[in-house]
Design a protein around this ligand. Structure first.
Ligand code: GDD
Ligand code: MG
Length: 397
């Protein structure tokens, strides 16, 4: 892969947010013995280097009642060396969609010699394991893990920790292009290979997000993303007093983290999760509020934003769904102790314009759970131990 080097970096305390880096070539050719061409603006990342990172990476696919054909395409796009972890919240009633996902994954692993794990978010064993391991934040009154993409993501992060992975990346299951899934995983690996700190995050910016309205239109920005980015940049600008537009991936569902970073971040529930990750990084390592993780602050936290070549085409879920995503995301920014009156006004204005709140209302405060490090992984593993076989879709090597 050939990719732009980080050329512009916004610094906020010990946080380094790199401006967008574009992928120039998906395949940059063989590794050559010759000294690399002196071209400081771009970097060639060899296939072997990418594969080394992929081997240490779990790709988590959260899914809830997505079309099986899309799910199958997504798993087939994940590079071979990555461990696939599917966390499903699909229905099990009249049509057992979870069983269909399991079957598809088993068949895929059988013929490709892959290893993968698949589990259902509502499996009572998972809630029991979390509770016994001292991490009941996600468990509801019905003694099941609560609904939500974020809840599934954190659950899968625990499984990645159990599997001794070093990196965890997330890719939605409703993606129409398996080639873009492949590219996301490559971008994650490329980002981590450039990181100077063990506390690193890679967030994907899509080249285009096509819309179908009187023919295909290759739109650059999603409506929710545009507003979220504006508000989160305002939060940074009001603190530094220098206006910035550096953050372009406030809502990035496709993103990855080193487990060292993933373990120490608190997580918001539902669709507030991605903006909250950035807000938490700014809060914990920005130097304005007290720093809780001295080691991470010493190394610094690095955020990469990588723009793909493939466009992103996923399921259209309607206006109500978009509002359902905008509101909690802006709520995460609004309720941050870093958020000043100016940014709060901006957020209220945007939400009123989108009819997401009524005059006088505020966006909801997100439910935030403790960082995954709080879990007793040993106890979690013990409870799950005997059930792990049922989660495994293991192909013959
Ligand atoms: N395990 C699990 N549990 N998965 C879920 C749940 C749940 O309760 N709810 C949704 N998912 C899965 C979906 O099936 C899909 O694969 C993925 O999570 C993302 O959900 P979508 O409903 O497709 O979200 P979106 O496309 O509107 O938004 C995506 O992109 C945004 C950025 O533009 C998400 O990734 C957002 O989190 C992101 O902010
Ligand atoms: Mg989607």
């Amino acid at each position: 892969m050939r990719i732009e080097r980080p050329r512009y970096t916004e610094r906020f305390g010990s946080v380094r947010i790199n401006d967008v880096q574009k992928v120039l070539e998906l395949d940059s050719g063989r590794a050559k013995e010759l000294p690399p061409r002196k071209n400081i603006a771009v970097q060639k990342i060899e296939d072997d280097v990418i594969k080394d990172f992929e081997e240490k990476m779990a790709i988590v696919i959260p899914t809830k009642d997505e079309k099986l054909k899309l799910f199958e395409g997504v798993i087939r796009g994940v590079p071979h060396e990555c461990l696939i972890i599917v966390v499903s919240n699909s229905q099990r009633k009249s049509v057992d969609r979870f069983r269909m996902e399991q079957d598809a994954l088993n068949q895929f692993c059988h013929f490709t010699g892959r290893q993968a794990l698949i589990f259902h978010q509502k499996d009572p064993i998972l809630a029991k394991a979390l509770t016994e391991a001292g991490y009941a934040d996600f468990v509801g009154e019905d003694e099941r893990v609560r609904d939500g993409k974020a809840e599934g993501m954190v659950l899968a992060t625990f499984i990645a920790m159990m599997a001794n992975k070093k990196y965890v990346g997330f890719i939605d299951a409703d993606n129409y292009f398996p080639g873009s899934v492949w590219e996301y995983a490559k971008c994650y690996a490329a980002g981590f290979s450039m990181a100077k700190s063990p506390y690193a995050m890679v967030r994907i910016l899509w080249h285009y997000k096509p819309k179908i309205s009187a023919g295909m239109y290759f739109k650059k920005w999603g409506r929710v993303s545009e507003i979220t980015n504006k508000c989160i940049n305002s939060l940074v600008s009001t603190k530094t007093r220098f206006e910035t537009q550096c953050i372009k991936t406030g809502n990035a569902g496709e993103h990855a983290m080193s487990l060292e970073l993933a373990e120490i971040l608190p997580y918001a529930s539902g669709y507030a999760v991605e903006p909250q990750e950035l807000v938490s990084i700014l809060e914990e390592f920005g130097g304005v509020l007290p720093i809780t993780h001295q080691t991470a602050a010493k190394h610094g936290v690095e955020v990469f934003q990588i723009e793909t070549i493939n466009p992103h085409l996923h399921e259209e879920k309607g206006l109500e769904h978009l509002i359902g995503m905008l509101l909690p995301g802006l709520g995460a920014i609004y309720h941050s102790p870093l958020c000043e009156a100016e940014t709060k006004q901006l957020i209220l204005g945007e939400l009123l314009r989108q009819d997401a709140i009524k005059p006088g209302e505020e966006p909801p405060k997100p439910h935030i759970s403790a960082p995954p490090k709080k879990i007793d992984l040993h106890k979690f593993t013990n409870v799950l131990g005997e059930h792990m076989d049922s989660y495994s879709a293991l192909g013959e090597k």
